[in-house]
Ligand binder design. Structure first.
Ligand SMILES: NC(=O)C1=CN([C@@H]2O[C@H](COP(=O)(O)OP(=O)(O)OC[C@H]3O[C@@H](n4cnc5c(N)ncnc54)[C@H](OP(=O)(O)O)[C@@H]3O)[C@@H](O)[C@H]2O)C=CC1
Ligand SMILES: CC(=O)N[C@@H](CCC(=O)OP(=O)(O)O)C(=O)O
Length: 309
């Protein structure tokens, strides 16, 4: 029997991309609410409780409400794309490469990573875990995102005309991703995070610059690259680019949806400095692709089925 899926927030940016990826997948039966009913509490309650798996593509408050709409005896499993439950006890963090595919496969409540944390954690968490980078290091992360990262509101802002060529933000140093990055990388200190947006629809580059020579033990960029290569060996989604590092990285204006993530370690000759860089699609591995990857795992299917590469 097909697995019943309800996407709460299916008319939003992340929800629509999930729908695209589910098209033609006979393993799934979609519960759809029309435009009139998609925000009705009663219609959502019914759909949420009827589903085998509900994928929440909602603002944080609405995602919390959706969980509250589940009957206590409900068997519905949840994949939450919002940041409502990313540091909540009892929720499985939906980054299978970091937490283990089996844990995601068995989980009832899965909270998916934010797009920026996907890049940051993809680079830093394995290296801290393997002892190749110190957990007490004051990490910095600089990132640039396509404007779809801000959902419908930011898309409208960028597409109405007169959008800036570059928009930096997060100057209150209280971005909502900070607790998630610190907790899920196992760091002693909050990360110093400098996000920005450019006028391309999708894609992001997330960079962690490191003064390796100032660290105890002076780790070399080559050992960081080897550590990441070993950690992601066999991953069909995350790849570590070993050689032929590009001289530049770009975000294309007309990039197609892409569910992979590429990691780079650039080091200078003396080994004093390194730039760890992740390139991903904020709507791919950063949101909708990650939701499909976890949905596949939760249904015992190959993790890349339906993903775009
Ligand atoms: N965009 C991205 O790259 C990423 C997004 N996320 C997260 O995913 C979630 C969805 O983001 P995104 O798709 O970008 O946002 P959008 O604003 O594009 O979509 C959100 C959707 O939720 C709907 N909605 C809002 N409130 C309710 C409600 N009470 N009941 C039912 N539906 C409601 C909105 O309705 P309406 O259409 O009427 O506005 C909209 O369709 C957010 O929590 C976001 O932080 C996570 C990673 C990356
Ligand atoms: C460009 C842009 O505005 N990006 C969003 C993050 C998008 C994302 O990761 O989603 P979550 O909100 O679910 O974490 C921001 O900085 O708040």
């Amino acid at each position: 029997m097909a697995t019943r899926i309800f996407i709460d927030g299916a008319a939003g940016t992340t929800g629509l991309e999930i729908l695209d990826r589910l098209e033609g997948r006979a393993e799934f039966d979609l519960i759809l609410l029309d435009d009139e009913r998609r925000k009705s509490i009663e219609a959502r309650r019914e759909a949420l409780n009827e589903a085998d798996i509900a994928i929440l593509c909602l603002p944080d408050d609405a995602a919390r409400d959706a969980v509250d709409l589940l009957d206590p005896a409900s068997g519905t499993r949840i994949i939450d794309a919002s940041s409502a439950h990313r540091t909540t006890e009892g929720w499985c963090y939906g980054f299978p490469e970091l937490v283990g595919r089996e844990r995601v496969a068995e989980a009832r409540r899965v909270s998916n990573p934010g797009c920026y944390p996907t890049g940051f954690l993809g680079l830093v968490a394995p290296l801290v875990r393997e002892g190749l980078l110190p957990a007490d290091w004051p990490f910095t992360v600089n990132a640039v995102s396509g404007y779809s990262g801000g959902g419908k509101a930011l898309i409208a802002e960028f597409e109405k005309g007169g959008a800036p060529g570059f928009h930096a933000y997060g100057y209150d140093l209280r971005h909502k991703h900070l607790p998630e990055m610190q907790l899920r990388a196992g760091l002693e200190h909050p990360v110093l995070f400098a996000p920005s947006v450019v006028p391309v629809y999708r894609g992001m580059i997330v960079e962690v610059p490191l003064h390796l020579g100032a660290m105890a033990g002076e780790p070399h960029s080559d050992s960081l690259r080897s550590g990441l290569t070993e950690f992601y060996a066999g991953s069909p989604v995350v790849s570590v680019l070993e050689s032929e590092n590009p001289r530049e990285l770009v975000l294309d204006r007309d990039a197609a949806p892409w569910d992979g993530m590429e990691l780079f370690v650039f080091g200078n000759d003396g080994g004093w400095n390194a730039r760890l860089v992740a390139r991903l699609d904020n709507l791919g591995k950063g949101a909708s692709g990650a939701a499909i990857q976890n949905l596949n795992l939760m249904c015992g299917l190959p993790e890349t089925t339906g993903l775009s590469f």
